[in-house]
Structure formats: structure tokens, C-alpha cells
Design a protein around this ligand. Structure first.
Ligand code: TEU
Ligand code: CA
Length: 531
């Protein structure tokens, strides 16, 4: 590992989805001043970096992932001056700011696209992909053909996501230059890194029918991030399609591309054919199998991994993977322990630190996510209403987008009447209550993070899976030449453990215990080997 990689392994990132975090002016929409109000809350968790989902100008067809101006702030969120105050307040507290960078597509309302669609000889025409007939049968991730007919010029344009999210044509050198300029604009304003939305899609290969990981991907990424001006950045690529060989190329320390990437094998467990609205049975062993595979691979190749179970596109992990009722505290803390003490960079999604559970609704008006609403309208498998809503509740992205529950007052302490309903269970699961609770998820996260940051075994130390052929439990080691820790994460059943070691307990979610014996459902514990 290089010095730079070791620096990155010391990061603990908290993701803020601005629309749903904190509304400071009562209009029902989270905003930048709301984030500033809560910086101490975030900081107290022990994190040292914030990934902010898009806060740029946007018509919000896909909640900010459709950008109409890369250089300005969405009106509802505030102004560029608010943003400057926000980053200054973060830096004052020793927290880095990682901005979201959406390079694959713009909003259809972006000036480039407004111009582009006007005529075939418009100077912006080749900023996007225009064709006489669809080139293939690619489907939009949000449903329907990825090719949209446009009357003005009697041609089709490509949109891998919403109709209002036309894909940029990265083969055009002008597009490359524009996007490099956007990066430099924010770097000059002091940002510390970028999380790059669906980055593997910026290079496509139409001949071989690939809408991601095309032949020029590495070249494009180097243009963005392989320059002296960008050397200091922490850059994470969202790369759904990255396979082993490509991951080595994307994140190799000597490659000047990405610091790390999000990879989703452990996340799509439970999604039949990779489809979030197609629940299939699974066990936590299926999940830990994926974690082990990627831990081994990333370590063997000297690469920095990401560690996460939640983000703004995924259900709450206690609900999807564990128990969000009587074992909610145990589930939330065990899942965190299972993930965040492994080797890599932990990412906490807002609300995960209080064990937020999925909401439930069988009313379409309670949904906002374009992917979910389209699924409902299209009902591709012709399901009856009840089954349809069951699938929606299982996979909807809205599950993580309801307003952060700060307390049990009106609107869950979020602010004005929110743009999307509050969490059904906010009176029972909110920040104020959790902080006071005997079993506080937040307090456990604090201990977990400080344990991680204060012991090099969890940073540069080696990872070793020692689960063996045991089922229903995940046991791994983190160690340096001087220290060794054993992390035990039990799943939904009681499990007997019998390991011959001499060690002492350093953290647990079910009280005092020793390493051997019966673990109760969702119990976890961390031990330090005695010298
Ligand atoms: O997501 C990429 C992506 O393909 C999936 O997460 C997707 O949201 C889909 O749900 C798979 O079922 C990124 C962003 O994280 C997401 O919020 C955006 O909607 C999307 O890109 C488009 O910008
Ligand atoms: Ca507001």
C-alpha cells in the first residue's frame, strides 16, 4: 500500500442526501443551511468526510442526478454563498467534502441539450448521441427504450436513465473539456474529492453492445483525475459493471484513475436477476460470501475497497438484510461491525447511524422515486396491486429518502411539511430518542468508529477470513505485526463458536461475553488477542 492509500484508509465517510436531511427554512425541502446546523451531529459520530449527493441546479426528475447547471446550487437548497459557508464549516471541523459528479448525462434542461436538440448543425449537437433510428435495444434503467424520439429534428437521442437525462457523448473532445472544467471549478473552490455517478458508463462500445466499460474509459478518467491539479483528491467511482480485471485498472495505485470504487455484489443479493423489485430468498451467508470474496481480491491486489450497506438508492439494511423489529438495535450494530471493521473505507448513509428502518406504504402518492413510479405504471409482470406494492416496498429507493427523523415532533423535526412523507416509525426511531436510549445505535457507531481509527490493525492491518466452514456467522481477523483483533458477527440464529485463543473483549452489542460459547441472534463482538 502507498502512503496515499493509507491516508484514504483513514477516512470514514458520511453520506448526506440534501433533500431529506434537514430543512432550515420550513419549505419542506432539506437545504445547505440545514446541513450546517447538523455538522456537529455528524462530526460527533467520528467521521472525517462528507459525501454530498448532488446539490446543483436541477429540475429534479431524478432528484438532482439530472443537472441543468454544474456550477450553481439548486435554488431550494440555497446559494453558492451558502455552499461556501458550508464547506468552510466542514473544514473548520476537520471534515472533507466529497461532491457528487454526474458525468454520464445532464438534465434535458441543461443549456447544452437545449441547444443540441434545436438543429442537426447546432454547435452543441454532438454533445449528445443523436441517431436516425435506435442503434440497439438498450433499455433505460428506469424503464422503456433508452432511445427517445425527438420531433424537432426527427431523430433519437440516448438516455440510459430518465428521458430527461440525455447521455453525454464523451467521444466529443468538447464534452471532455467541459467536464474537466467542471472538476477544476469545484477543485478551485476547495472540494476534497468526488463520488462519480455511474462512471463506468462514460465510455460505451456500440459495436460490441456495451453501454459501459467501453474502450476509452481509462483514458477519460485520466483526463479528469490523472492531473497534478487533481492529485490530492479522494475519488470514488460508482462502477456497477466493473469486473476484477477492470477494478485493478481503475483503482491501481500507480494508475492515476480512482482512489476506490463502489462495487455491488453484496448489495444485489436478494434482487432476482439483479432487479430490485424482484425479491428472492437469501441468507446473510450469501452476503458475507461476497464480502469475503472482495476483501480477499482487493487485499491481494493492494487496492482500496469501499465498505457500505446503504446509500440513497438502497433500502435500509436492517430491513433488507436483518431484523428491523425486536432485534433492530442488534441488527443495525452487527451489520455495521460486519462491514466497517473490514479493510477499506466505511460509508455511512444518513439515518443508518440510528438504525432507521424501511417505511411501508401501499399508496402510490407516497412514492416519488422515478424508478419506482415507472415500475408501478408499467407493471411489467402484470402483478396484482398487492404483489406490486410488496415488491415496491422491498426495493424502492424512497426507503432511504424519507426525511431524516430528528425527533418525535411534527414532521419528525425535519422542518416544514416534507416533500415526501416522514418515516412511519419516526416516533420510535429518531435521533433524539436514540441518543437517550440505553441501546443507542449512534453510541455504538461512535465506539466502532473510534476503535477503527485508533488502531492501525483496522487501517493498514491485514484482513483474514477465519469463518471456515461455519454457517450463520462471519468471523474475521485484522492484524499487524503487533496487534490482532477478531471480529465475530452472528446472523439470525443462535450459533456456537469454539476457537482456541486467549483474547479480551473490546466491543460488543449484547453485553459482556467471552469468545467461545453461544452467540444470540445478531450478536457481534470484537476481541483483542492477548500477547
Ligand atoms: O445510480 C446508478 C444505478 O444504476 C442504480 O443505482 C440505479 O439507481 C438503479 O436503481 C438500479 O436499479 C446512480 C445514482 O446513484 C442514482 O441515484 C441515479 O438515479 C442514477 O445514477 C442516474 O444518475
Ligand atoms: Ca428548506
Amino acid at each position: 500500500m502507498t502512503e496515499r492509500q493509507l491516508e484514504h484508509l483513514k477516512l470514514v465517510v458520511y453520506q448526506v442526501y440534501p433533500r431529506s436531511f434537514k430543512d432550515s427554512n420550513g419549505d419542506g425541502i432539506g437545504d445547505l443551511n440545514g446541513i450546517i446546523e447538523k455538522l456537529d451531529y455528524i462530526k460527533d459520530l467520528g467521521v472525517n468526510a462528507i459525501w454530498l449527493s448532488p446539490c446543483y441546479k436541477s429540475p429534479n426528475e431524478d432528484n438532482g442526478y439530472d443537472i441543468s447547471d454544474y456550477r450553481d446550487i439548486m435554488d431550494e437548497f440555497g446559494t453558492l454563498d451558502d455552499w461556501k459557508r458550508m464547506i468552510a464549516e466542514m473544514h473548520k471541523r476537520g471534515m472533507k467534502l466529497i461532491m457528487d459528479f454526474v458525468a454520464n448525462h445532464t438534465s434535458a434542461e441543461h443549456m447544452w441539450f437545449q441547444e443540441s436538440r434545436k438543429s442537426k448543425d447546432n454547435p452543441y449537437r454532438d454533445y449528445y448521441y443523436w441517431v436516425d433510428e435506435p442503434l440497439n435495444d438498450w433499455q433505460s434503467v428506469f424503464g422503456g427504450s433508452a432511445w427517445q424520439y425527438d420531433e424537432t429534428t426527427n431523430q433519437y437521442y440516448l438516455h440510459s436513465y430518465a428521458v430527461g437525462q440525455p447521455d453525454l457523448n464523451w467521444e466529443n473532445p468538447k464534452v471532455q473539456k467541459e467536464m474537466v472544467d467542471v472538476i477544476d471549478y469545484w477543485v478551485n473552490l476547495g472540494v476534497d474529492g468526488f463520488r462519480c455517478d455511474v462512471l463506468d458508463q462514460i465510455s460505451k462500445d456500440f459495436e460490441n453492445d456495451l453501454n459501459a466499460n467501453g474502450p476509452r474509459l481509462h483514458e477519460f478518467i485520466k483526463m479528469l483525475f490523472g492531473r497534478p491539479e487533481t492529485e490530492h483528491l479522494f475519488v470514488i467511482g460508482e462502477c456497477w459493471g466493473a469486473k476484477e480485471n477492470n477494478i485493478k485498472l481503475l483503482t491501481g495505485a500507480d494508475r492515476r484513475e480512482l482512489s476506490t470504487l463502489f462495487q455491488f455484489d453484496h448489495i444485489v443479493v436478494g434482487y432476482g436477476d439483479g432487479n430490485r423489485f424482484n425479491p428472492v430468498p437469501f441468507t446473510l451467508d450469501d452476503v458475507s460470501d461476497k464480502l469475503i470474496k472482495w476483501q480477499d481480491f482487493m487485499q491481494d491486489n493492494d487496492l482500496v475497497a469501499t465498505l457500505f450497506f446503504e446509500n440513497h438508492d438502497q433500502p435500509r439494511c436492517v430491513s433488507k438484510f436483518a431484523n428491523d423489529t425486536d432485534k433492530r438495535y442488534e441488527s443495525a450494530t452487527m451489520m455495521a461491525t460486519m462491514s466497517f471493521l473490514q479493510k477499506g473505507v466505511p460509508f455511512i448513509y444518513q439515518g443508518q447511524e440510528i438504525g432507521t428502518a424501511n417505511p411501508y406504504s401501499e399508496n402510490i402518492d407516497d412514492y416519488d422515486d422515478i424508478e419506482t413510479v415507472n415500475y408501478y405504471k408499467m407493471n411489467p409482470k402484470n402483478l396484482d396491486e398487492e404483489q406490486l406494492f410488496q415488491n415496491m416496498n422491498y426495493g424502492t429507493r424512497d426507503a432511504s429518502r424519507r426525511p431524516m427523523a430528528w425527533d418525535n415532533t411534527e414532521n419528525s423535526g425535519f422542518g416544514g411539511k416534507p416533500w415526501i412523507p416522514v418515516y412511519n416509525r419516526y416516533k420510535e426511531i429518531n435521533v433524539e430518542l436514540d441518543l437517550k436510549a440505553k441501546k443507542s445505535v449512534y453510541r455504538y457507531f461512535q465506539k466502532l468508529i473510534s476503535l477503527r481509527l485508533e488502531n492501525d490493525a483496522f487501517i493498514s492491518g491485514k484482513y483474514e477470513n477465519i469463518t471456515g466452514d461455519r454457517k450463520g456467522i462471519y468471523v474475521y481477523k485484522r492484524y499487524t505485526e503487533t496487534d490482532c483483533y477478531i471480529v465475530v458477527c452472528n446472523f439470525e440464529n443462535e450459533t456456537e463458536l469454539d476457537i482456541s485463543t486467549n483474547c479480551s473483549l473490546v466491543l460488543s452489542n449484547c453485553g459482556n461475553r467471552v469468545i467461545n460459547g453461544t452467540y444470540v441472534p445478531y450478536e457481534c463482538a470484537v476481541y483483542k488477542l492477548n500477547a
